[in-house]
Every structure is written in structure tokens, then in C-alpha cells.
Ligand binder design. Structure first.
Ligand SMILES: NC(=O)C1=CN([C@@H]2O[C@H](COP(=O)(O)OP(=O)(O)OC[C@H]3O[C@@H](n4cnc5c(N)ncnc54)[C@H](O)[C@@H]3O)[C@@H](O)[C@H]2O)C=CC1
Ligand SMILES: O=C([O-])CC(=O)C(=O)O
Length: 316
């Protein structure tokens, strides 16, 4: 793992602090800075996580601040700041509040960590990624939204639960936006190379697709707030791929500029991650049904972008 590297996390709440903990335990980088509006929360969690490093032999230094100057020299900035949804809400209900928070944060990131790669986590993920890209005027390789790895890992879990075997051997693929119209792809999923079609009926597969689409909402209804262990794990996968320049392929949210027939919108597609962020966008050949689902997902995200434009969000 690339050890001489610095990762900053804005938002030291459930997701942000869990990313910090997991990065520190995995010894993925040299330094982690957490920044939160509530400095005491960031400071207390940073102390707590730092005090867990020694028994693990982790050299990672963990700091906290409410001052954005602490971002200096960050290789990656992860944005988890914002409001999570409550039961009964959709991720889209968070649009205006989290877009405004992201806008303020990006202005600081541009100033204090101009060379960093940005990973967005706050919801609604695709629209927030678009906000970060446009407000920061970043090239698209430098702003990457986390969702597809999480959605795929949920689908993998539901597949192994349904089968009752193959735990840890399932590879599933979910494209599309991080909302109710996400696009789980059974055709691109398998259990150690065995096609799902040969293991599950159409009805069983449809059940898994539905559970995947509402996997986040299921957890919100249990806890009253949203998930953080699996989201943090997925974010750490992206961070490690970038820091180690691994060129691993993952589904992530990115700005489309003609791929899949769309321009000037963000959606989840397979990308190759490396030291420059997104090194390559992969265009999967979709069948008619998959394409229709992807089109629907694009339309949902575009509705949110249109709402922001109607509010003159991107006007200078
Ligand atoms: N992309 C994905 O798959 C996922 C996205 N999420 C999203 O991530 C976001 C964070 O979720 P949680 O960590 O559970 O929420 P949380 O409420 O536990 O933490 C959010 C933190 O952001 C801080 N914050 C708010 N405004 C800020 C600002 N202007 N500057 C700095 N810090 C600020 C708060 O003080 C709080 O500590 C939510 O929007 C949630 O919907 C959560 C899970 C998965
Ligand atoms: O469900 C939520 O609001 C948080 C999230 O995006 C997820 O866990 O997939």
C-alpha cells in the first residue's frame, strides 16, 4: 500500500469516522485529517481512532480540525459532510441542503488542496458529484462518486443469502445512479465464474434486484439513520486503488461525456481507478432491457440536476 500519502475526510460523522478507522487499521496511508463543522466531534473521534492504532502496529497519524488549511498536501479528499436521510425520506430529499453544504466545502478544497482527487459520498450521490465537479471546475477524472461498489456488495450479499452457498465468492455488478432506479446487472454477475442464470430462477433474481435497490432504505428503517460500515468499506476500496495506482475496475459515479449516449450528467458506470483518479471509463454492451433501465436512471439524476439549475445553483 502507498504509505507516504495523506487522505482528508470532510464530515466526521458515521461514514467519515468509519472510513478513518478502517484506513488506519489497514495502514493504507501515512496521515488522515478529519474536518467537521463540530470540531469537538472530529477531535474526539480522531483521538479515539489514534489510540486504536498502536496495538495494530499502524503508523497512520490521525488529526482533526475545523480549519480547512489542514487539507494542505492532501492526495485525496473524501466528502461525507451533510445530512443523512431518516425513515420515510428518499436520498433525493437531501438535494438542496447537501448541495449547498458541498458547494461551500468544494470552494475550500479548491483553495487548500488544489491537486487532490475528490471522492464524493454525500447524497443524493450523483447530483452531489455533479455539484463538486462544476463548482470546483475539475477535470472529470478528479471527482469520483462512491456508490456502485456499495450497491454491488449489497447485491452480492443478497445472492449468497438466497443461494445458501458461495459466500465470499459472488461477484455482482450494479450500474446506474445511486437511487431507486439503480441498475443491478445479473448478466454481469457470477459465483466464482458460474453464471447466475444457472443457479437462480428469474423470480429469485428479481427478488434480489428489488432488495438491492432498497438495501439502503432497509437499513434506514431499522436504525433511523443510514448505513456506514459497508459505505466506508466501499470508499476505502476506492482510496486504496487510487493511492496504490492499482488500475482496479469498480463501478463509480462519473461525469459522462458521450459514453452510453449521454453528456453532461453523472451516473454510475465501470471505471478504472489509478493515481489520476479515473484512468478510463468502460462501456459495457447493454441489452435492450438494461439500456432502458439505465436511461431511466439517467432521467432521475437529470431531474435533480434540473432542480439545481432552476434554483440558479451553478450561476456565478
Ligand atoms: N454514497 C453512498 O453510498 C452513501 C452516502 N451516504 C451519505 O453520506 C452522508 C453522511 O452520512 P453520515 O456520516 O451517516 O451522516 P452523519 O450525520 O453521521 O455525519 C455527517 C457529518 O457531517 C458534518 N457536517 C455537516 N455539515 C458540514 C459542513 N458544512 N462542514 C463540515 N462538516 C459538516 C456533521 O457535523 C456530521 O458530523 C449523508 O448525506 C448520507 O446520505 C451515506 C451512506 C452511503
Ligand atoms: O440509504 C441511504 O440514505 C444511505 C445510502 O446511500 C446507502 O446506504 O446506500
Amino acid at each position: 500500500m502507498a504509505q507516504g500519502k495523506k487522505v482528508s475526510i470532510i464530515g466526521a460523522g458515521n461514514v467519515g469516522a468509519t472510513i478513518c478507522y478502517w484506513l488506519a487499521m489497514r495502514k493504507s496511508c501515512r496521515e488522515i485529517v478529519m474536518i467537521d463543522l463540530i470540531e469537538g466531534v472530529a477531535r474526539g473521534k480522531a483521538l479515539d481512532i489514534a489510540q486504536a492504532t498502536s496495538p495494530e502496529g499502524s503508523h497512520t497519524q490521525i488529526k482533526a480540525s475545523s480549519d480547512y488549511q489542514a487539507l494542505a498536501q492532501s492526495d485525496i479528499v473524501v466528502i461525507t459532510a451533510g445530512t443523512p436521510r431518516k425513515p420515510g425520506m428518499s436520498r433525493d430529499d437531501l438535494l438542496l441542503v447537501n448541495a449547498n453544504i458541498t458547494k461551500g466545502i468544494i470552494e475550500q478544497v479548491v483553495q487548500h488542496a488544489p491537486d487532490a482527487i475528490i471522492i464524493t459520498v454525500s447524497n443524493p450521490l450523483d447530483a452531489i458529484t455533479y455539484v463538486a465537479l462544476k463548482i470546483g471546475k475539475y477535470p472529470r477524472n478528479r471527482v469520483i462518486g462512491m456508490a456502485g461498489i456499495l450497491d454491488s456488495s449489497r447485491m452480492e450479499t443478497f445472492i449468497s443469502e438466497k443461494l445458501g452457498f458461495g459466500y465470499g465468492q459472488v461477484t455482482a455488478s450494479v450500474m446506474g445512479g445511486h437511487g431507486d432506479d439503480m441498475v443491478p446487472l445479473p448478466r454481469y454477475s457470477s459465483v466464482n465464474g458460474v453464471a447466475l442464470n444457472d443457479l437462480l430462477s428469474v423470480e429469485e433474481m428479481n427478488e434480489i434486484i428489488e432488495k438491492t435497490r432498497y438495501g439502503g432504505a432497509q437499513i434506514v428503517s431499522c436504525m433511523g439513520t443510514s448505513a456506514y460500515y459497508a459505505p466506508a468499506n466501499a470508499t476505502v476500496k476506492m482510496i486504496e486503488a487510487i493511492l496504490s495506482d492499482s488500475h482496479a475496475i469498480f463501478p463509480c459515479a462519473t461525469l459522462l461525456e458521450g459514453e452510453y449516449g449521454y453528456k453532461d450528467t453523472v451516473n454510475g458506470v465501470p471505471v478504472v481507478l489509478g493515481k489520476n483518479g479515473i484512468e478510463r471509463i468502460v462501456e459495457l454492451p447493454l441489452n435492450e432491457q438494461e439500456k432502458q433501465q439505465f436511461d431511466k436512471s439517467i432521467a432521475s439524476v437529470n431531474t435533480l440536476l434540473q432542480t439545481l439549475k432552476t434554483h440558479h445553483f451553478f450561476d456565478v
